[in-house]
Each structure stands twice: as structure tokens, then as C-alpha cells.
Design a binder for this molecule. Sequence first.
Ligand SMILES: Nc1ncnc2c1ncn2[C@@H]1O[C@H](COP(=O)(O)OP(=O)(O)OP(=O)(O)O)[C@@H](O)[C@H]1O
Ligand SMILES: [Mg+2]
Length: 331
Amino acid sequence: MTVSTAAPAIETSGLVKVFGETRAVDGIDLTVPAGTVYGVLGPNGAGKTTAVRMLATLLRPDAGEARVFGHDVLREADAVRSRVSLTGQYASVDEDLTGTENLVLLARLVGHRKPAARERAANLLAAFGLTEAADRQVKNYSGGMRRRLDIAASILHTPDLLFLDEPTTGLDPRSRNQVWEIVRAVVAHGTTVLLTTQYLEEADRLASRIAVIDRGKVIAEGTPGQLKSSVGAGAVHVRLRDAAQRPDAERVLSRTLGVPVEQDADPVALTARLSGVETEAGAAEQASRALAELAHEGITVDDFSLGQPSLDEVFLALTDHPATTEKETAA
Ligand SMILES: Nc1ncnc2c1ncn2[C@@H]1O[C@H](COP(=O)(O)OP(=O)(O)OP(=O)(O)O)[C@@H](O)[C@H]1O
Ligand SMILES: [Mg+2]
């Protein structure tokens, strides 16, 4: 029997990057186990891309250490580069080439001979649902198609560690789902994925652990369940038929859910943030109990929803301030 001494996919301690006055990454400690999806969640300007670029050896840290599969990103950059691949936040494919041309070119660059490069390109285009678009110039692709081509390009050779920097920002729900499927398939083949995102829902669906970063620092770390139990598993929103019933509804909701209930600006609407529930099933069960109780008390509900917390709600719970974007910070 062999004892596994495999190093984590990523290990950083006190990682720092400063740009002028900005401490873009301000002392980050992370451990990413191999074979998992790790989510890095944060708003614009939090330092996600800067951290990823240091880990991918594209940017020199100013302080601290980072190791990828046990290799130091500065002293053993070549060993790191041979094991990682990066799908940047902004597409890296050539707009004037077709999907096939892009992938064949990149496959040639990573050392495939021409027939093998063609075959690999065709297989990836098929796997990513791009066969029909294979011979069109990339500038005529939709955002979702570009993103898929970009991820295809970064797994031409299967990397041990794949960085996906906001792979679904700006995509419609259908394209987002396709990218999620691809990420799951990549991980099923043994690749470790570090995924940055501004969506809690995305990190929750894909990642086994999540680090929340704000202004270059990790402000929370754990499993999605742990994170949601600290920030609340979501919010119940109800709209009543009759504004006069709102005080009664508020009482019933706060009694059944055991949390404070907020009156929205809309005079028939109420919001209750669930706490102490870790799973969507648990949240759904609480919400349905509350609905049954409202009906039992003769309160008519016109509309009801149960939503996951937004990034803003996560930040409010963790930091007492909403997720500030770069512009707001600078203003
Ligand atoms: N090359 C650079 N020169 C100067 N400042 C930079 C540079 N790169 C990043 N920054 C600054 O560092 C901070 C972190 O930026 P970074 O791009 O890492 O954030 P991010 O979390 O990736 O944001 P987004 O979600 O918008 O992509 C920001 O304040 C940004 O303006
Ligand atoms: Mg970024």
C-alpha cells in the first residue's frame, strides 16, 4: 500500500501584490486540495485576477509564498507552468480565426503534430457543442460560444490545474449552465479547478470549498454549507394581496421562521432572511412551513419566492458593508 503524500494543488501563505497605493492582494493564505473545484468569490477589484495571475506565474508576488503541486511559483516557475492552464477573464482566442483554426493553432503550439491537432480540435469542438460554428470566425460568436471556445483552448492538453477567471460573467442562464457542465466534466477527469466568480450560486453549485475575498483579503473560508449557515441560506420574499394584512403576515413569518422580517418599500411585500439553514432543501422546508402557516391564518399571498443570497447579502452578513466595487471605492 502506498501512503499518499500528494501536495495540495495550491498552497499560499501571506501572498501580497501591491500596485502603487493599491494592495491588490493583501496577505492571502489558501489551501486548495487536489482534484476539487475551489471557488474564489469576490466583487470587482477584490484581487481575484491578481491572485490567479501570481499563481499562474504571470505576475511576481511582492511578498509571501505560493506553491502549485509543491512547486514554488518563483523558483520553480517552469514546473508550475507545465501543470497549469489559465482561461483568462478576457478571451484569449484570435477573433479573426475560426474556431477550428484557433484550436489547431494552439494545439500545434502545445506540441501536437498537425493530424493530432486537427483531431483534438474537432473532438473538443464537438464536446463543447461548437461543431456547427467550427468554421465561422470567432468575432461572429456569441458570448457563450466564445467562453466555451476559450475553455476548450485551455484544456487542449489536460492540465492538472485549471484557472477559470469569471468564466460565466455576462453569460445568459443557458450558456452559464453549459459552462458549469464543462467544469464538472473537466474535474471528473481529475483536473483541479480554481474558479473565480462574483456569484455565490455559481460557487455553491461547483465548488467544494469557497474563499470570499474583499480588498485583497480572505474574509471567510469554508464549504458552501458553512458559508451559507453564517450568511443565511437565502431569503423568503412574499407579496400579499392586501397591504392591511402585512402586520399579521410579519408576525406569522417571524414566529415560524424565527428571524426578523423586513418590510420592503412595496407596501404589500415582506422579506425574511433565513439563518441557521445550510441546505437549499432545509430552506425550502422552512419556507413551505411559513407559507402553510400564512394560509392557515387566512393571509392571502399573491407571489412568493425563495432566493439564494446575493453577493451583496453575503458581504453585508460578513462585513457589514455591501460588496463595494472598484469605482465606488475610488470615489
Ligand atoms: N496592472 C495593474 N496596475 C495597477 N493596478 C492594478 C493592476 N491590476 C489590478 N490592479 C488593481 O488591483 C485591484 C485588484 O484587481 P483585480 O483585477 O485583481 O480584481 P478582480 O477581483 O479580478 O476584479 P474583477 O471582478 O473586476 O475582475 C484593483 O483595485 C485593480 O484596479
Ligand atoms: Mg478579475
